[in-house]
Structures are given as structure tokens and as C-alpha cells.
Design a protein around this ligand. Structure first.
Ligand SMILES: Nc1nc2c(ncn2[C@@H]2O[C@H](COP(=O)(O)OP(=O)(O)OP(=O)(O)O)[C@@H](O)[C@H]2O)c(=O)[nH]1
Ligand SMILES: [Mg+2]
Length: 489
């Protein structure tokens, strides 16, 4: 995979040589050269209050992104791993960037724009030492379709700028229910040229999943069923890789669970069933000033903020069925929040494809320069981009994945699903491509890969197949060959 990165680096370096007398293009190319070796940039996008910042905090395991109130929810904020904490403000007018003071309020990061108006801020850059940010830079964006047109505008300008490839390599799109506005936004977040495959770098999240079904203990099961239905939806299939249900608040609270919270929950779990049923009836009931059972009012209020009604009910039921300490409770809550699945999907769809996604971003940028600023000496460079695109099977895979999902290439449903899997649509490891368990022994994997190879060769050579179907089958054959080669080495 590093060969792809090397090829793209070489092409960008050629670009730098060709454009040495064109300052704007040169800066752009140099920027992309640096970016090639950076961690993957993952943006969190979605409507106002979809739970973006909370999920970001859950992924990092710390309260670094501002949630709810505060002007900082209205600016694009980057979170980058680094040695010492720092916050840098980059102004919109391209003027010099400046350092801001860092404050922590109740353990959460509190950024003060120090007199600068939100409208004047291009982005905030937060450097924060965190293992969660080492391989991925997270970018929090303001809510789209918000009351304030300008805030929404800042997010969409960042995610789908008119005149430049996007600054993110991949996107996590949060939605509470599928809404026409979500579809429109996802549609507008499309590619220009190169891989022509927006779905490859977008994962949709059914967020605040605990609120589905009014916080009943089976809320997450309902949410998972809805996510599965969205996954099968033809429109959404063409717009994102997959859909995962996540209760971000619960995940964040679990990852930062405190002993005093555990103790308070354990005291609640020890109440009689009748008392419990009443206390956990609703949010209002739980924080009612006249309530006499359970912890004091301010503790109950704080618990509700951190867990939500669903989280409280789930925690109590876990405590009553044998969960004995805070770390165990935290693990079980994280497991049920959907965060584990989300992390797995991020790993298989994005982290393992990091080099392809990075190369893709860089080639989009290069193609852009070649188009808007054509130069006499640039023809070999254009040819080089073409060659990389044609020679890199990963791009062929991404393109075909997208075409199958958009039904540009039509295969019978079952064949299409099998093709998507073999192309790496559910993860690029051999077992995932072959639809087998992760622990499957290599000889069994090899046998399955050979069987798949034979099937798809037959399909590629079938006189019944149309041209597009035959081409698609040939791409799948190459993927099978790749799996076999990987197993051999
Ligand atoms: N019940 C529940 N509440 C949540 C969840 N995620 C976020 N919230 C709450 O929803 C509100 C908004 O959450 P944020 O994370 O700030 O949402 P956001 O999408 O970043 O909002 P903006 O940046 O203002 O667009 C907060 O009060 C959160 O506590 C969740 O998974 N479950
Ligand atoms: Mg936010």
C-alpha cells in the first residue's frame, strides 16, 4: 500500500516542479504533499444538535468538544494529537493565526474566542495529547440547516466547498432520523472527478439512538433495526458505506464514568422494585423536587444529564443483574452504546483504507490544479495521474462499489451483495471479503477465495453478460486474486 502513497507523492513532487512559478498552485500542492503523511482527517457532520460534539468526545474519551451552549459549537474545530495542549485560531481573512488561552471547566475544555467574532473565525485548531487522535484527526463542524443560515453555511462551505476538494478525507454523518434534508446534504457531498465515489468515504450514524422509542430499555435494539433498514435503502446505499446506530451520550458517559456516579447508581438499584418503577418512570419524575427516594435532587439532576433516562434504566438493570463495579459497568455500557460497532466500522472502512483515502484526496487536489491552472509542461503530469488511477486496483474497487450502490452497474441483488463484499465493502481483510469469521484458518480462506475466483471468472467470460457486467466481474476477479496473493505471502 505504501507504493500507492509513494506514487502519489512522486506525482505531487512533479507538480511542485511544474508549478514552481505559480505561487497559488504551488502552495496548494505543497499543502497536499504535507497532508499525505498526516493522520486521516475525519469530519463529523449533521444537523444542529444531532450529537456531533458528544460523539466526538465519546470517540476521544474526554470532554474536549463543547456541547450544547457556547459560541464554539458554531465554528469548525480540528482536534489533532500533539505533545502539549494548545488552541490556535485561524481567522477567515487569512490574517495571522493566534494562540488562545486554554481553560478547563469541570474537566471539559472551554475555549474563549477572546473577542473575535464567530463570523471572523475560519477554524480553531486544538492540539491535544490523546491516543484517540493519534491515527485520526477529528473535525467537529457546526450543525447544518440550523436556524442561523450563516452557521450552516460555515459547515457546508467546509464540507462541500464550491471551488476546492474538501479538507476532510472521510465523513461521519449524524442523523436522528432520515430526513429529506440529510439526503440532499449527502448528495451534495459528492466528488469531483477521480474516484467519483462519495459513498466510499461517508459513514452514516443514527445518532442519539437511546431516544428512539422514548428511552425504553430495548431502544437500542429498535435503533439497530432502523439502522439495518436504512442500510438496505437504495438512496442511502448510494450515499454512504453503511449506517450504524450509536448512543453517543451513553458512550461518552461510560468512558468517563466516575466512582461517585457508580455509587449513586448502585444506591438507586438497591431500591425496591415499586420505588424504582416510579423513580425511573420519566425524566420529570426522576428529577422531581418532591421525590423522597434515591439520592439528593442535585445528584439526580447530574445523573440525568450524564446518562439520559435510557442510560439510567439500562445501568440500573445491569447493576441488578450482577454488575459489581464501576469498570465492569462502564464496559457493559460502552458495549451497548454502539460505540464498539462504530469503532469497528471506522477501522475497517477508513483506517485500513487510510492510504487509499489519502491518495484519493491528493489526486483530487492535483487534478483540480491541472484543470484550473493549465500549464504547458503539465501534460506528463496529467498522464501520470491517469496511470496511477488506472493501475491502482483499490480505485477500481472503490469505483465499482459506488457503481453497484448507485445501480449504475446492475447485477442481480445477490450477486451485487457478494461483489460488494469481495470488493472490500465490509472491510478489506481476507475473512471479511470472503464473508467468513475473523478466526478462519488460512487453508479454509484459500479454498473460499479459489471458489469465489472461479465463480467470478465464469461470470466475466459468460457470453450472456453485458459489457458492464463483464467488466465488473473482471474487477471482482482481480480482488479475488489479490486476496489469494495476500494469503500466499
Ligand atoms: N439522550 C441523548 N442525548 C444526547 C446524545 N448525544 C447528544 N445528546 C444531547 O444533545 C444535545 C446536543 O448535543 P451536541 O453533542 O452538542 O450536539 P451537536 O450536534 O454537536 O450540536 P451543534 O454543534 O450545536 O449542532 C446535548 O444536550 C447532548 O447532551 C445521545 O446520544 N443521547
Ligand atoms: Mg457541536
Amino acid at each position: 500500500m505504501t507504493r500507492l502513497r509513494d506514487d502519489v507523492r512522486t506525482a505531487l513532487q512533479h507538480g511542485v516542479a511544474v508549478y514552481r512559478d505559480r505561487p497559488a498552485s504551488l502552495r496548494w500542492l505543497q499543502h497536499h504533499l504535507d497532508r499525505l503523511d498526516e493522520p486521516l482527517r475525519l469530519a463529523l457532520a449533521g444537523k444542529v444538535k444531532a450529537g456531533k460534539s458528544t460523539l466526538l468526545n465519546a470517540l476521544v474519551g474526554e470532554a474536549i468538544a463543547a456541547t450544547d451552549a457556547g459560541e464554539c459549537t458554531r465554528v469548525v474545530t480540528w482536534y489533532v494529537d500533539g505533545h502539549a495542549p494548545s488552541v490556535t485560531l485561524h481567522p477567515r481573512d487569512g490574517g495571522p493565526s493566534r494562540q488562545l488561552q486554554i481553560k478547563r471547566v469541570d474537566g471539559a475544555l472551554d475555549i474563549d474566542l477572546d473577542g473575535t467574532r464567530v463570523e471572523q473565525v475560519d477554524r480553531l485548531m486544538v492540539t491535544w495529547p490523546s491516543a484517540g487522535l493519534r491515527t485520526t484527526t477529528l473535525i467537529d463542524t457546526p450543525g447544518i440547516a440550523s436556524m442561523s443560515l450563516d452557521t450552516a453555511d460555515r459547515a457546508s462551505r467546509f464540507l462541500t466547498p464550491d471551488d476546492a476538494p474538501t479538507a476532510a478525507d472521510a465523513v461521519l454523518y449524524l442523523m436522528r432520523h432520515l430526513h429529506a434534508g440529510d439526503v440532499r446534504f449527502l448528495e451534495s457531498f459528492h466528488d469531483r472527478g477521480v474516484a467519483r465515489a462519495a459513498p466510499v468515504n461517508t459513514i452514516a450514524v443514527l445518532s442519539r439512538a437511546d431516544e428512539i422509542g422514548a428511552g425504553r430499555v430495548d431502544a437500542l435494539m429498535s435503533a439497530r433495526r432502523i439502522a439495518a433498514r436504512y442500510r438496505a435503502d437504495d438512496t442511502l446505499r448510494g450515499l454512504c458505506q453503511t449506517v450504524v446506530a450509536v448512543a453517543g451520550l451513553l458512550a461518552f458517559t461510560a468512558r468517563t464514568l466516575r466512582q461517585d456516579e457508580y455509587t449513586a447508581l448502585a444506591a438507586i438499584a438497591a431500591l425496591s422494585q415499586d420505588e424504582l418503577d416510579l423513580l425511573l418512570l420519566s425524566a420529570d419524575r426522576f428529577t422531581h423536587p418532591d421525590e423522597t427516594v434515591g439520592p439528593p435532587l442535585e445528584v439526580r439532576r447530574a445523573l440525568l444529564d450524564r446518562f439520559g433516562v435510557f442510560g439510567l434504566r439500562l445501568s440500573v438493570s445491569l447493576l441488578r443483574t450482577g454488575c459489581r463495579d464501576a469498570p465492569t459497568l462502564a464496559d457493559q455500557l460502552v458495549a451497548r452504546s454502539g460505540l464498539v460497532e462504530l469503532r469497528e466500522v471506522l477501522a475497517t472502512q477508513f483506517s485500513e483504507r487510510r492510504d487509499v483515502l489519502k491518495a484519493r484526496s491528493a489526486l483530487i487536489a492535483l487534478e483540480r490544479v491541472l484543470t484550473v491552472d493549465p500549464q504547458p509542461g503539465a501534460a506528463p503530469l496529467a498522464a501520470e495521474v491517469e496511470r496511477i488511477l488506472a493501475a491502482t486496483h483499490d480505485f477500481a474497487e472503490l469505483r465499482l462499489l459506488s457503481d453497484l450502490r448507485w445501480r449504475v452497474v446492475k447485477l442481480p441483488r445477490e450477486q451485487a451483495e457478494e461483489a460488494e463484499r469481495l470488493l472490500g465493502g465490509q472491510g478489506s481483510a481476507a475473512a471479511q471479503r470472503l464473508g467468513m469469521d475473523v478466526g478462519t484458518e488460512p487453508p479454509d480462506l484459500r479454498e473460499a477465495a479459489l471458489a469465489a475466483l472461479r465463480t467470478w471468472r465464469r461470470r466475466a467470460e459468460s457470453p450472456m453478460a453485458g459489457r458492464a457486467q463483464a467488466d465488473a466481474a473482471r474487477t471482482v476477479v482481480r480482488s479475488c486474486e489479490g486476496v489469494l496473493a495476500g494469503l500466499r505471502s
